[in-house]
Write a protein that binds this ligand. Structure first.
Ligand code: FAD
Length: 462
């Protein structure tokens, strides 16, 4: 484990936050860019607030406007693959893909149109399967590893063709999109590996909270900690995850952030409703749940639960977790947006496992076996801390010498490699990749950007 140390009197860069964003940025600064005295401050042990609660999935497939999200994620996945090779894949990078499934022909047409755009923006080749003899070949993903899997995506415009490869899907599925530069890995192992290499390159870890910034002549000059210690520095980076808006204020930055509660349930799929080799499965349609009349009446009477009898949002998703012999399934569905000021631990929702299971049963009818008797579920979760357009904030923010890597929403695990790199390049004044402007906190001053955001119809969030 990584033992914290006493705050040094001086540092070249101080980072607030030892989640995946702070750790990745520290790694890039120390290991790749050779910055000598980097210190991460966090009152919590590394990777324990949000970064250990994720579904640990990644994909390069993101909607526009522009190609910036695809470019950021492709860069992140390039780095993940490079690190997987050099570490003998200690973090188990796999590439089973994301399979978006729909039961609605209108949605399928929209899926086809959007897929063409993302493919052209760098997502990779699109192979279209219509259930005809002249269809291109479809290559299944191996259960483990990430090499020799095709990139791009396979679009199934025919329900039977889709179910010939994924027979456990509902007969109601009329088509789907299997995104291939996508899968999952152990975020915790990645964090441990990156932090180990960063510490070996001299990165310090101080178990303390940043409570104030010293500013001299309009520049960052030091960081004050809750213990009363002070670290002199002229560069500070805010990687405080759900608390990034509070930390931003210390640097005089008003970061446009809000936080949504997102939970995740895990349970043992003892009846093997989901094959162990399945990809991440996402039901792409809004849906209503089949409650009994008595249940409906009971829910309708409760102002906090009434929404459950109406049309619920798209995006119920699940994947198998662990080795072939394990039976764990992870399920998620925030069918009702719940924006809150971050509080820890997150509020409990005893109905969450049942709601998720019901939502998933629409896509994988085998889960219906559990509706009578739910397997013992375990629920955790955290916040998607995000901007309105669901894109990160990476770059200078507030007083000179202060930077941010935050607003990583529901994609911080997959984006951290490239987000940390971009943050580190800003800190050292290095050459920036083309996509930097799209993520710079000052982008909201550009009226053209605001116009683009206004026209956005899909933020890519599931
Ligand atoms: C249910 C769920 C599922 C998810 N699934 C995925 C997924 O499949 N793929 C994916 O890519 N992402 C996923 N995410 C999102 C991902 O987990 C987050 O984007 C990511 O963990 C954010 O990392 P972070 O380092 O910014 O924040 P955190 O991990 O929250 O770290 C922030 C750290 O800052 C510290 N801090 C706060 N204030 C201070 C201060 N004043 N001084 C010092 N330190 C401070 C905190 O203690 C904390 O340790 C999911 C999230 C949730 C909740």
């Amino acid at each position: 484990m990584h033992k914290p140390q006493k705050a040094p009197g001086r540092a070249d860069v101080v980072i607030a936050g030892a989640g995946i964003a702070g750790i990745s940025t520290a790694f890039h600064l120390a290991v790749r860019l050779g910055v000598e005295r980097v210190v991460i401050c966090d009152p919590l042990p590394p990777m324990t607030l949000t970064s250990d609660k994720s579904t640990e999935c990644y994909r390069n497939w993101w909607p526009g406007p522009g190609d910036a999200m695809v470019a950021l994620m492709n860069r992140s996945i390039d780095l993940l693959e490079e690190w997987a090779i050099s570490s003998h894949n200690v973090f188990n990078l796999s590439r089973r893909g994301y399979l978006y499934v729909t039961g609605d022909p209108v949605k399928l047409a929209a899926m086809e149109q959007q897929a063409g755009g993302i493919s052209a923006h760098g997502g990779g080749d699109l192979r279209v399967h219509r259930g005809r003899p002249e269809d291109p070949p479809y290559a299944a993903s191996p259960p483990a590893g990430f090499e020799e899997v095709p990139g791009g995506a396979d679009l199934f415009l025919d329900g039977r063709a889709l179910r010939s490869h994924f027979p456990y899907l509902s007969p109601a599925a009329v088509g789907g999109l299997h995104v291939r530069r996508a899968g999952w890995f152990s975020a915790q192992q990645l964090g441990v590996w990156l932090l180990g290499r960063a510490r070996a390159a001299g990165v310090g870890l101080v178990a303390d909270r940043v409570v104030a910034l010293d500013i001299s002549n309009g520049r960052t000059s030091g960081v004050r900690l809750a213990s009363g210690e002070m670290i002199e520095t002229d560069r500070f980076l805010n990687a405080a995850g759900p608390l990034a808006a509070d930390v931003g204020r210390l640097a005089g930055a008003d970061l446009p952030l809000f936080s949504e509660v997102h939970r995740k349930v895990s349970f043992r799929d003892v009846r093997s409703a989901l094959p162990r080799h399945a990809p991440l499965l996402i039901w792409n349609d809004p849906q209503t749940l089949a409650w009994s009349k008595a249940e409906q009446a009971e829910l309708a009477e409760d102002p906090d639960r009434r929404y459950l009898v109406g049309l619920l949002g798209a995006g119920a998703h699940c994947r198998p977790e662990g080795p072939a012999e394990a039976a764990t399934v992870l399920g998620l569905w925030e069918c009702h947006t719940d924006v809150r000021l971050p509080e820890f631990p997150i509020a409990d929702d005893p109905l969450y496992p049942e709601i998720v299971l019901r939502g998933l049963t629409t896509m994988v009818p085998g889960f219906g076996e559990y509706l009578e008797r739910l397997p013992q579920p375990y629920v955790d979760g955290g916040y998607y801390t995000k901007t309105a357009e669901n894109r990160p904030l990476i770059g200078p923010a507030g007083v000179a010498g202060s930077f941010v890597v935050a607003a990583l929403s529901g994609f911080g695990i997959m984006a951290a490699a490239a987000a940390g790199e971009l943050g580190a390049l800003h800190v050292v004044g290095g050459a920036l990749p083309d996509y930097w402007r799209w993520f710079s906190p000052d982008r909201y001053a550009d009226p053209d950007y605001l116009t683009l955001v206004d026209k956005m119809t899909d933020s890519g969030q599931i």
